[in-house]
Design a protein around this ligand. Structure first.
Ligand code: CP
Length: 309
């Protein structure tokens, strides 16, 4: 098993064993992520973050991960002010930035952009979200959170709720959860259900996800409820977004129907789909989940840059 110089475009690039190994290294990174232990593991390494779409958690946790490990960061948080505004294409941007850095993290609105970047880059590419496509490092931190909170991933019953059509985090997560032996219920309005090709991927992994639009019927059976935002920016019709945006609201009353040890996850940002009264409940793990992005990304950077085994 080697991670050195590997691209991370899809979670499918990793076997179950490799995923467990990344999560094990992430556990060891925890004190460094918390700032209670110092490290210069990535001293002399330089990461470029190219974000063509907005981000808070992914970009800042990658940058924090690099800096907590003694590395350096260059990059941009929007294409505004770069030569992309003059018409430079993605391939040329990648060719140039790969000469300045040891690894590139990219978020881009077009599905397939990270794969394209990997074709043109001599340094490793990490996909930080490509349109409605994939978000593999979010998937790793989600798996880390489930394992940490529930003790294992296999045999857990996970409910994915909300915008499963445009929500790229659930696309990465669904098939890998199936592969790792979890069972799945997909709770979404019919027009926002998990795409057929992702359902097929789950079936190939031996799990046939249950599909429903009603949380009330299934919440009592779940070990984890993974809530997602309705992805306003990907809706072709604003009126349609408005009609669907308030479809689900997780509040104290809803959670009374669930198991006592149910965990509520969310990749964030959250808009109105989880009431703020939930934040103080023991079930709410979404802020811990966002923090977990830090040790997980530290682990990935260290493995890919050859400073961890
Ligand atoms: N979860 C996530 O990808 O958050 P950001 O869009 O803030 O990076």
């Amino acid at each position: 098993m080697t991670f050195i110089n590997r691209d991370v475009v899809s979670i499918k690039d990793f076997t179950n064993k490799e995923i467990e190994h990344i999560l094990d290294i992430a556990e060891k990174m925890f004190p460094i992520a918390q700032g209670s232990k110092k490290s210069d593991l990535l001293k002399s390494k330089l990461m470029a973050t190219l974000f063509f779409e907005p981000s808070t958690r992914t970009r800042l946790s990658f940058e924090t991960a690099m800096q907590r490990l003694g590395g350096k960061v260059i990059g941009f948080a929007s294409s505004s002010g770069t030569s992309i505004e003059k018409g430079e294409n993605l391939a040329d941007t990648i060719r140039v930035v790969s000469g300045y850095s040891d690894l590139i993290v990219i978020r881009h609105p077009h599905e397939g952009s990270a794969r394209l970047a990997a074709e043109f880059s001599p340094v490793p590419i990490i996909n930080a979200g490509d349109g409605a496509g994939r978000h593999p490092t979010q998937c790793l931190l989600d798996l880390f959170t489930i394992r940490k909170e529930k003790g294992s991933i296999s045999k857990q019953h996970i409910g994915l709720l909300g915008d499963l059509k445009y929500g790229r985090t659930t696309h990465s997560l669904a098939s890998v959860l199936a592969r790792m032996g979890a069972s799945l219920t997909c709770i979404a309005p019919p027009e926002l259900q998990l795409p057929k090709e992702i359902i097929e991927e789950c079936k190939e992994e031996g799990i046939n996800p249950r599909l429903t639009n009603g949380l009330g019927d299934v919440i009592k059976d779940l070990d984890a409820l993974y809530v997602t935002r309705i992805q306003k920016e990907r809706f072709p019709d604003p009126a349609e977004y408005k009609r669907i945006s308030g479809y689900y609201k997780i509040d104290k009353e809803v959670l009374k129907q669930g198991k006592k040890d149910l965990i509520v996850m969310h990749p964030l940002p959250r808009i109105t789909e989880i009431a703020s009264e939930v934040d103080s409940l023991p079930q709410a793990v979404y802020f811990k989940q966002a923090f977990n992005g830090l040790p997980v990304r530290m682990a990935l950077l260290a493995l890919i840059l050859g400073r961890a085994k």
